[in-house]
Design a protein around this ligand. Structure first.
Ligand code: ATP
Length: 593
């Protein structure tokens, strides 16, 4: 077989790998071919064929450069750190960093590979031929075989098909480079119709101000497989993605789910549908499981907690209203210097209602609520934590306006650098910080990060800075305790001697949390049953007349003594030292309002 035929076949194979997206294999092929062609041309001296082969080698190098560029763009799309690196490089005026393949040097094989051995990076199980079977093993060049005649390369028209393979993606890449935005964001827009399809790149480190834009009415096109299909439209003809919610007038705004008036429940919300009628989030291939894990912790609309269920905490409610609810209700006002806070931290002793407040906020303003525990992010998914966080923020943006609630945020973002800090959780933390930097970038997609902690002093400085608004959730006051007793005994019959004011005074200076008072009320409420069952005869009849006895016990009023006994039995779960520590931290770190 002639050299030209072998090389021609090998180029076709390289292009096939490129078409399949197996850029690693294609680049390796090209690199090997360039070496071989260069060596062969060198043996031809001054013959015209040598010139022709050198031209072919240059063409191969150009095609390889396109692939290297594509590979870097794709890496940047999925990896914010890579995106930052690329953006910096582009800002410096550099082109693609060709670190994926060495420059061809005659007679030298690519590093770490046998001549032209191909490392297949494609996922296993796909419809593909084993690359090793088709790998180009080098032409029977002058070094290896006796060459009987000099081959000229095939005619130029035969080499022209590479463009067909990569044109759509390359157009998107070029559109990005010429489009004025971040390259990865613009590529996202061209390919997927959504600039932050894979989450924004690192904010401040990029060295540019991310452009603000109107709320997106762009939905990714959905391929039959259920995954978004690339919008293969050249930059001159911007993609026209399908409109969400079944269409609407051109240029119309995205139809958002109705936002209930503050303080009222939104009964129109479809509680059975976590997407609330919106197009379902399409995870990237391989991230479906992570997306469904997050979906399990995702709620829309009414979470059955309203501000009126929460006793006291009036100041905290007011601050949360201003920090979370109003920006959603008045997005145009909360722009520029008034932009919503990146993150809000609720801190205070345990059982003071931090979780309830987060749920009430989400219920009151109809946001999508993601209740993520650090355990989800770090334990089972150790190593996947970074991806999980990125998918979480992707989903939060997709279902915006959203609230991401991270309870015990200190356990995820504790003081860094300790020797025992697991590398994976250090990386996960880094991704969380980066994503938080990106939440305020798009005013059309409000995502609030609401953290809660009982140990604010354990939160590291980087996270503390991003949790810009800090709200102390203190122990209940005298009046709050009265309200707590009232809320918790709404369904009970109370004896006329029950005096909540007196009970609250008894608890003064004893550091009872709201949860402690709830336990006291619950315990008191059980006293009527205990009284009934202290009678041995009634106890014996329980199996026969259980329902009837239960009804009688429920009708029995709960007395003041019941509450007093309950207080004796239920100790407070907070002590004076803890309160002092909170107040010191508050003095040092709480935002002044
Ligand atoms: N302000 C409140 N009003 C009414 N009930 C409350 C209040 N605070 C706490 N509770 C009661 O205490 C329980 C625990 O509250 P919640 O989980 O919101 O507290 P937390 O501050 O998040 O606690 P932790 O820090 O331990 O997670 C609630 O289910 C509720 O019964």
């Amino acid at each position: 077989m002639s050299t030209s035929q072998e090389i021609y076949r090998a180029v076709k194979q390289a292009r096939r790998y490129a078409l399949e997206g197996n850029y690693d294999a294609a680049i390796t092929f090209y690199t090997g071919l360039e070496v071989e062609v260069s060596a062969y041309a060198g043996t031809l001296g001054d013959r015209p064929e040598a010139f022709q082969w050198n031209e072919v080698r240059q063409r191969m190098a150009a095609e390889r450069a396109v692939l290297v560029e594509l590979q870097q763009e794709l890496a940047a799309l999925v990896n914010p750190a890579e995106a930052v690196r690329r953006d910096r490089q582009l800002a410096r005026g550099g082109g693609a960093v060709d670190d994926a393949a060495p420059a061809p040097t005659a007679g030298r094989s690519p590093p770490d590979q046998g001549p032209y051995a191909v490392r297949d990076m494609r996922p296993a199980g796909g419809n593909r031929a084993a690359p090793s079977s088709g790998a180009y093993s080098g032409p029977s060049g002058p070094q290896g075989n006796n060459r009987r005649h000099v081959d000229a390369p095939p005619p130029a028209s035969d080499w022209s098909s590479m463009d067909d393979y990569t044109a759509p993606i390359r157009n998107a890449v070029r559109g990005a480079q010429g489009g004025g935005g971040t390259s990865s964001a613009t590529v996202n827009e061209h390919l997927y119709g959504d600039r932050d399809r894979f989450g924004p790149a690192e904010g401040p480190a990029m060295g540019f101000t991310p452009p603000t834009r109107q709320p997106s009415n762009v939905a990714p096109k959905v391929a039959p497989s259920g995954r978004p299909a690339p919008t293969r439209t050249p930059p001159s003809q911007p993609a026209q993605p399908a409109r969400q919610n079944g269409g609407g007038a051109a240029g119309g705004k995205e139809k958002k789910p109705p936002i209930p008036k503050f303080g009222k429940r939104n009964d129109n919300i479809d509680k059975g549908d976590p997407t609330n009628g919106r197009p379902k989030f399409c995870p990237r291939a391989g991230e479906e499981e992570l997306a469904s894990l997050i979906e399990a912790d995702m709620y829309v609309g009414n979470l059955n907690v309203s501000f009126s269920d929460i006793a006291g905490q009036e100041e905290a409610k007011g601050l949360l209203e201003e920090a979370v609810v109003y920006p959603i209700l008045m997005p145009d006002y909360f722009q520029g210097i008034r932009r919503p806070w990146k993150g809000i931290l609720m801190y205070g002793p345990p059982g003071t209602g931090k979780t309830m407040l987060a749920k009430a906020v989400a219920s009151e303003c109809g946001t999508t609520f993601f209740n993520i525990s650090p355990a989800t992010l770090t334990s089972k998914w150790r190593g996947e934590g970074e991806k999980l966080i990125r998918v979480l923020f992707d989903m939060a943006r997709h279902y915006a306006p959203s609230t991401i609630f991270i309870d015990e945020i200190d356990s995820l973002c504790g003081q860094r650098g300790g020797g025992d800090e697991h590398e994976a959780s250090r990386r996960a933390k880094g991704v969380l910080l980066t994503q938080m930097d990106g939440v305020g970038v798009d005013p059309g997609k409000i995502v609030m990060v609401l953290g809660a902690t009982n140990h604010p002093w354990d939160i590291d400085e980087a996270m503390r800075r991003r949790l810009e608004k800090r709200i102390y959730i203190p122990l209940p006051t005298h009046d709050d305790r009265i309200e707590l007793f009232k809320i918790n005994t709404r369904s009970l019959r109370l004896a006329p001697n029950v005096d909540f004011d007196r009970l609250s005074k008894i608890l003064d200076d004893h550091f009872y949390s709201a949860a402690d008072i709830t336990t006291v009320a619950r315990d008191a409420a059980m006293m009527t049953m205990r009284r009934f069952l202290s009678d041995e005869n009634t106890k014996k009849e329980l199996k026969l007349r259980g329902a009837e006895i239960g009804k009688l016990a429920a009708e029995e009023p709960v007395s003041m003594d019941d509450f007093m006994n309950a207080i004796r039995k239920v100790p407070s779960s907070v002590n004076v030292d803890q309160i002092k520590k909170f107040e010191e931290w508050k003095k040092e770190f709480e935002t002044i309002v």
